[in-house]
Write a protein that binds this ligand. Structure first.
Ligand SMILES: Cc1cc2nc3c(=O)[nH]c(=O)nc-3n(C[C@H](O)[C@H](O)[C@H](O)COP(=O)(O)OP(=O)(O)OC[C@H]3O[C@@H](n4cnc5c(N)ncnc54)[C@H](O)[C@@H]3O)c2cc1C
Length: 456
């Protein structure tokens, strides 16, 4: 399969996907970055910007933007996978809120750099509307807003909408209310990651594509093309991390699958809404996410694909017709006007999930080993925060970013197989069953409540 065929975003990025030259042989640099997704590239970009004398090499097994960064749902949002109570438990209430504020600011930082670097990433900051469809979902929406208020988050951060208020933004079926936050921009993910790669190169970073890393050790990266010695080595492999030696239980690859419709005519958009390209979701248990693209399609994705034993990754897992059919049915259920719509692209990819659902970024100065990842599907903005944080850690700066609670957090390791396979797939099936149950009974599912503590 050619790189254009990886996803709708790859096909519409206006890119020549010819790989950059691989690593020519052994190399000495200040910083070696493994993985050319947003994490690796933001880190390289900010490092080169702050200290142009540093030599920074990025090593990528495929091409920049091949992974989740090129093929995601395009929500550049302030969502962070661990919620405020969990962050507070790592540090304190104030630090947890500082992390939340940093995430909100990060959405604007991504847009700022895209504009400054001339990256046409189709950025539209319309916020996110999360629909409550039925009483069980409405109860969760209310609880989320109550919890936000408890943390001092005001209506400019997150607010509850009634059915009429929701309908002013988007007209979907069976909506009882919604939450709305302004802190999300719809973006074209592949345009962002490819533009970022070029921006990093303009600042002196070298990207070696088709260069597979086979091992990471203190001050050393082994690849199929040679060995790179570096003062600092950054692991930025996210959903692919379990494939690296010694990392099998660090995080698991969970597949998220996505479809793109044909461009929809203006009359259909008059019915649906999303005039400011607000990203959208609802309060079901098995996450779904959607955006109106700049060329008037709907890109809609969701979890629910199986977890593969041994944390295996295979391009074949990116495509699952049963899951695609379920995602399309979910979209038509939301917007019946889309019955019969043509799906032009369908794809998927792995994202990284740590055992405690808490993303982390860090550096061990004694070994020079740094990492960032475990974003659980909330990585588009979080990777930017990670990149700026890694810059500060690597340059030895003590800043507000390096004191956030996720810095140097170590998630517990995942259980060995087959426990991992059993647990992850059982939770996935339980959440799907809970959604079906709630649609029928219209009451909050006890099953979902029982399973939730096992997966966080
Ligand atoms: C389908 C899907 C939808 C998503 N939707 C959203 C969304 O709407 N909003 C959001 O915030 N997040 C979303 N995410 C998550 C988000 O895309 C990721 O968190 C983010 O892109 C992670 O960036 P990264 O650079 O850490 O990882 P990646 O982009 O996955 O980059 C890792 C890179 O490492 C390379 N690599 C792996 N192993 C090696 C090796 N051995 N040697 C060399 N290179 C290697 C890979 O080829 C890859 O290019 C989604 C993810 C998926 C899969």
């Amino acid at each position: 399969m050619s790189y254009e065929q990886v996803s709708f975003w790859h096909a519409s990025a206006d890119e020549d996907w010819t790989p950059r030259p691989p690593l020519p042989g052994d190399l000495d640099v200040d910083v070696a970055v493994v993985g050319a997704g947003y994490t690796g590239l933001w880190t390289a970009y900010y490092l080169a910007e702050s200290d142009p004398t540093l030599s920074v090499a990025v090593l990528e097994s495929e091409v920049a933007g091949f992974g989740a960064s090129g093929r995601n749902g395009g929500w550049c949002s302030a969502l962070f996978p661990a919620e405020l109570p969990a962050l507070s438990a790592l540090a304190d209430r104030e630090s947890a809120l500082a992390q939340h504020a940093a995430m909100r600011a990060t959405v604007d930082e991504v847009a700022r750099v895209a504009a400054a670097e001339g990256i046409d990433a189709h950025v539209a900051k319309g916020g996110t509307i999360r629909l409550a469809r039925g009483p069980a979902q409405l109860a969760r929406a209310r609880a989320e807003v109550d919890e936000a208020r408890h943390w001092g988050r005001d209506a400019d951060d997150l607010r509850l909408l009634d059915a009429e208020g929701a309908g002013r933004i988007v007209r979907a079926e069976g909506v009882a209310g919604a939450t709305y936050t302004p802190d999300c921009a719809a973006i074209h993910p592949a345009r962002l990651v490819r533009g970022l790669a070029r921006a990093a190169e303009r600042r002196g970073v070298t990207i070696h594509e088709h260069t597979r890393v086979t091992g990471i050790a203190p001050r050393e990266v082994r690849t199929d093309r040679g060995t790179v010695r570096a003062t600092t080595v950054v692991r930025a492999t996210e959903g692919f991390t379990a494939q690296l030696p010694g990392q099998r239980r660090t995080s698991i690859p969970v597949y998220s699958l996505v479809i793109a419709t044909e461009p929809l005519p203006a009359v259909t958009w008059d019915e649906i809404g999303l005039a400011r390209r607000e990203t959208f979701s609802d309060f079901r248990h098995l996450i779904v996410y959607g955006q109106r693209t700049a060329d008037d399609r709907i890109v809609f994705g969701g979890r629910g694909a199986p977890y593969h034993a041994g944390s295996r990754i295979d391009p074949a897992f990116d495509r699952d017709d049963v899951v695609f059919a379920r995602i399309l049915a979910g979209l038509v259920d939301l917007f019946p006007v889309l019955r019969g719509v043509r799906v032009t692209h369908a794809w998927g990819g792995p994202l990284g999930v740590p055992r405690d659902w808490c993303a982390s970024v860090g550096l061990d100065p004694s070994t020079g080993l740094a990492w960032a990842g475990g974003y659980v599907g909330d990585g588009v903005a979080t990777t930017n925060l990670a990149g700026r944080t890694l810059r500060d850690l690597i340059l030895g700066r003590d800043t507000g970013l390096t004191r956030l609670p996720w810095v140097n957090h170590r998630s517990p390791r995942w259980e060995p197989e087959p426990l991992r396979w059993l647990g992850v797939n059982a939770a996935r099936l339980a959440f799907a069953a809970a959604d079906r149950e709630e649609a029928l009974t219209r009451r909050p599912s006890l099953l979902a409540r029982a399973v939730a503590p096992l997966v966080s």
